[in-house]
Design a protein around this ligand. Structure first.
Ligand SMILES: [Zn+2]
Length: 122
């Protein structure tokens, strides 16, 4: 991540007060390891920082607004808890007819997709 991107991210993290000071520092350390094109899973932030789901999504949305991340969708099967690819760039690109490749259950884009983020900043 470029230094000026990192700097403005630090500034907005501080002013937003979504995360504690310690968690903001941890978050910065974590997020700057992602390369352009890599996927950022909210679950990873929740686990590594010990923050709530709401906090994780608020922070990630902030990064989206700053042009650092973009939203992608991943289809998830609640029956067998197996992720199945691919990743979709827009919700509309998820096929309406979709079966889980692991357990064969019919998947519905609305209930079976989760929001993930993709690093788009250099
Ligand atoms: Zn399944």
């Amino acid at each position: 991540m470029l230094q000026n991107t990192l700097f403005s991210l630090k500034m907005s993290l501080t002013s937003s007060q979504i995360l504690s000071k310690g968690n903001s520092a941890k978050f910065i350390e974590l997020i700057q390891r992602y390369n352009k094109g890599e996927l950022v899973y909210p679950g990873v932030l929740i686990r590594k920082l010990g923050i709530s789901q709401t906090q994780a999504y608020k922070v990630l949305d902030m990064l989206k607004e700053q042009g650092i991340l973009e939203i992608n969708y991943e289809v998830y099967c609640h029956e067998c808890s197996q992720f199945k690819g691919p990743i979709y760039e827009t919700f509309g690109k998820i096929p309406e007819e979709l079966d889980c490749e692991c357990c064969g259950v019919k998947l519905d884009p609305l209930n079976n997709s989760i929001v993930i983020y993709k690093m788009i900043a250099d």
